[in-house]
Design a protein around this ligand. Structure first.
Ligand code: HEC
Ligand code: HEC
Ligand code: HEC
Ligand code: HEC
Ligand code: HEC
Ligand code: HEC
Length: 327
């Protein structure tokens, strides 16, 4: 009997002892096979599709192997960066901006972060932690309501908005300036960029019923969280890759043009591959251009797929503000 099976059997026995008060009759035969498990455990533990299959995909995803979970020790990062702090945050009705404590033992975004695993010990535990619409905590009056994708948006939302200029100068720029790494939801809504561009909802916000989940998990509920071309073909039968209508090529090129202008103006340097600014303040036009570049070229990461029109408009506005010309 493997260690895991022993552990399973032991947990099951412990559960039976705990459940003695109720009148359920469960036959536990410790024959080393799952047949002896209470039926509810077997609903999940008997199926490699449900656990091993998803766990293998998850282990290859950034949720499963990234190192950003270590940031969860700080209260201002915990709600999004530690899976277990996320669960506590939701239970307490808080948002990532109002979590008081860091998580001394942060966890990755694992099965328990997104599903109700081991709460009722039945198959319904695969239900999602939340599908409620999300009010952006960093932005007044903006709500994301995109089906199962709402789960994702609790974390994949901006942490900041661009500050107002004072006497024509925007200050408070730091190495980690910008909306923060997960602003994909704001991009779908067409908000979060610098002033000067009025965005509109992406076609994908209404058409893709479960937004993030529709594209990043597909019909097979792929737990690598990487989009699949087959999903695009459902709505764009002529798509051959993610560069549909050449949008990714175009956005990449506009991002490079704007990056070159920011480099020439000394707002970033050649080592700023991650988009780290090297100034602490800048004239309003330059700062807005920098913000738009960080947002589109570094943080959204879809190269326009999330919202082609808004991404294009933000970069073009930035180029114009830096005195460049757009194609
Ligand atoms: C909703 C499906 C589901 C049900 C029902 C379920 N489990 Fe689990 N169980 C899981 C998942 C998912 C994991 C975590 C797997 C991972 O992290 O790779 C897990 C992990 C475990 C582990 C490993 C230790 C741990 O907690 O990570 C044990 C032991 C275990 N389950 C026992 C049980 C027993 C006993 C029952 C019934 C009383 C049960 N499970 C019912 C889904 C379920
Ligand atoms: C508890 C917060 C949280 C939730 C909920 C969450 N994510 Fe994430 N996600 C993160 C963090 C943090 C990272 C970065 C992980 C790392 O690099 O260590 C990440 C990384 C990712 C990445 C990889 C990004 C890259 O740079 O390669 C994708 C794709 C992703 N998430 C999609 C989703 C989708 C789709 C959902 C909903 C089904 C979701 N996330 C739900 C916090 C979350
Ligand atoms: C609103 C949720 C949220 C909060 C709060 C938050 N983050 Fe993140 N962070 C994310 C998401 C989501 C990602 C991954 C997004 C992606 O890759 O597109 C991420 C990615 C990162 C990354 C990049 C990881 C990598 O390896 O690429 C760093 C670094 C980071 N966060 C640091 C922090 C720090 C430090 C704090 C606290 C001061 C913090 N974050 C607070 C949501 C959040
Ligand atoms: C970042 C969030 C996230 C994480 C982490 C995650 N899941 Fe899921 N999972 C989802 C979403 C979203 C769905 C689709 C909604 C649904 O089917 O109810 C889903 C669906 C599933 C399904 C149902 C698939 C189907 O075909 O209907 C299973 C089984 C599952 N997940 C198992 C797991 C296991 C096991 C783990 C841990 C290894 C895990 N999930 C981790 C978000 C997540
Ligand atoms: C129309 C389909 C679609 C929708 C809806 C969508 N995405 Fe994406 N997303 C993509 C594509 C395509 C890419 C770029 C993949 C590439 O070029 O490799 C991407 C890139 C990303 C990345 C960068 C890492 C990666 O996988 O390349 C993250 C993180 C991400 N999306 C998160 C989200 C979140 C969170 C949502 C919901 C708020 C969302 N996406 C909605 C299609 C979509
Ligand atoms: C559920 C349907 C649906 C799915 C799935 C979908 N799209 Fe879309 N897409 C739309 C709609 C609707 C529009 C807006 C109308 C239009 O511009 O054709 C759009 C527009 C776009 C645009 C903007 C086109 C332009 O020239 O401005 C791009 C790029 C795009 N989609 C790429 C993708 C990619 C890549 C995927 C797969 C990861 C994908 N879409 C999946 C429905 C979908």
């Amino acid at each position: 009997m493997s260690f895991q099976r022993t552990l399973l059997a032991l947990t099951a026995v412990a559960l039976l002892v705990w459940a003695q008060g109720c009148d359920r009759t469960i036959n536990l035969v410790d024959d080393g096979s799952s047949e002896g498990m209470p039926l509810s455990c077997a609903e999940c533990h008997d199926s490699s599709d449900q656990i091993t299959g998803k766990a293998t995909q998850w282990a290859e995803s950034a949720h499963g192997m990234g190192d950003a979970y270590v940031r969860g020790t700080r209260s201002s990062c915990a709600g999004c960066h530690s899976g277990s702090a996320f669960v506590e945050m939701l239970a307490a009705g808080l948002d990532p901006g109002s979590v008081d404590d860091g998580d001394p033992e942060p966890t990755r975004q694992d099965c328990r972060t997104c599903h109700m695993i081991h709460e009722t010990f039945t198959g319904t535990d695969f239900g999602l932690r939340t599908e409620e619409p999300v009010d952006f905590y960093a932005m007044d009056g903006v709500t994301f309501d995109g089906g199962e994708g709402n789960l994702c948006v609790n974390c994949h939302q901006p942490r900041r908005v661009i500050p107002d200029a004072v006497s024509g100068v925007i200050s408070g720029i730091s190495l980690h300036w910008g909306p923060h790494h997960g602003p994909q939801s704001a991009m779908l809504l067409g908000v979060g960029g610098g002033p000067g561009v009025t965005g509109s909802l992406s076609g994908h916000y209404g058409a893709a019923e479960n937004t993030c989940v529709t594209c990043h998990m597909g019909e097979g509920r792929n737990h690598t969280f990487e989009p699949d071309e087959e999903t695009c073909e459902r709505c764009h039968p002529d798509a051959t890759d993610f560069d549909y209508n050449g949008v990714q090529t175009e956005i990449d090129s506009l991002g490079n043009d704007l990056g070159a202008l920011l480099l020439a103006a000394g707002l970033i340097n050649e080592n700023s591959e991650d988009g780290h600014p090297i100034v602490t303040e800048a004239p309003e036009n330059q700062a807005i251009a920098l913000w738009n570049w960080l947002y589109v070229a570094h943080e959204d990461q879809s190269l326009g797929v999330h919202n082609a029109d808004y991404a294009r408009a933000l970069l073009q506005d930035g180029i114009t503000r830096m005195g460049g010309t757009t194609p």
